[in-house]
Design a protein around this ligand. Structure first.
Ligand SMILES: C[S@@+](CC[C@H](N)C(=O)[O-])C[C@H]1O[C@@H](n2cnc3c(N)ncnc32)[C@H](O)[C@@H]1O
Length: 218
């Protein structure tokens, strides 16, 4: 994970993440009045800004594993928790949200279980099996992406109502190297110079993103 080094270029390159954040909002009831909201893995605030301008709530807490507070106006949030979302103990919230971050969880089920103890409404987007398949095919590297059905099975253990949708995005680049640069700048993966010949032989001008959206209620 290379977010910390790449946050400054992130917003410009996060084309898919912006689309995903916009769509994620459609899974949340905009007419409902929420008391407290927690966003996990908020990064530079792409989804946070969408929450702020579209939802009705009393207070918003933010979390990221890195200190990204510089990207936020202080009065947008109540608390900012710099912590690993998988190990920090959070309180109860009316709504917990997360966009484009849960694919980093080492133990998604534990995370969901912990969240379910603290909220009756969870809405998130996550990259799923087949995401960045071009990178896996060439470099043999990938996060441990789960397929939507697997995620659905986990969620159903902890939530009574679960809705989901899948979406695929294909991004085209002028050259394979530009595709890799794009990935680097969204912090998705870091290619070390020791991989130089592997980088040169990468020959895909396209990158495929696979995303799943989930809305869970108890
Ligand atoms: C692809 S970015 C998405 C950021 C933002 N939510 C958006 O929609 O643009 C993933 C974010 O998750 C954060 N992250 C990854 N693993 C995390 C963890 N275990 N706990 C908290 N944040 C984490 C990263 O630092 C990064 O900011």
């Amino acid at each position: 994970m290379n977010f910390n080094k790449q946050f400054e270029n992130y917003d410009y390159n996060a084309i898919v993440q912006k689309e995903v954040a916009k769509k994620l909002l459609t899974f949340i009831d905009k007419s409902k009045k929420y008391d407290t909201i927690l966003e996990l893995g908020c990064g530079t605030g792409i989804f946070t800004k969408i929450i702020k301008s579209n939802l009705i709530f009393s207070s918003l807490d933010l979390n990221d594993i890195f200190d990204t507070t510089n990207y936020f106006d202080k009065n947008i949030y109540r608390n900012f928790f710099i912590a690993n979302m998988e190990s920090f103990q959070f309180e109860n919230y009316s709504l917990i949200v997360s966009s484009s971050a849960f694919q980093w969880a080492e133990n998604l089920e534990n995370l969901i279980k912990n969240i379910s103890k603290n909220t009756n409404e969870l809405v998130f987007s996550i990259y799923s099996k087949g995401n960045l398949i071009e990178i896996f095919n060439h470099f043999g590297v990938s996060l441990n992406y789960k397929d939507s059905q697997e995620i659905l099975n986990i969620l159903k253990k902890y939530y009574t109502t679960v809705k989901f949708e899948e979406e695929e995005f294909t991004l085209n680049f002028p050259t394979p190297l530009k595709a890799l640069k794009h990935l680097k700048e969204t912090g998705v993966t870091g290619f070390s110079t020791s991989n130089y010949s592997k980088i040169k032989s990468f020959n895909s001008n396209i990158l495929t993103y696979k995303v799943s959206y989930f809305s869970c209620k108890n």
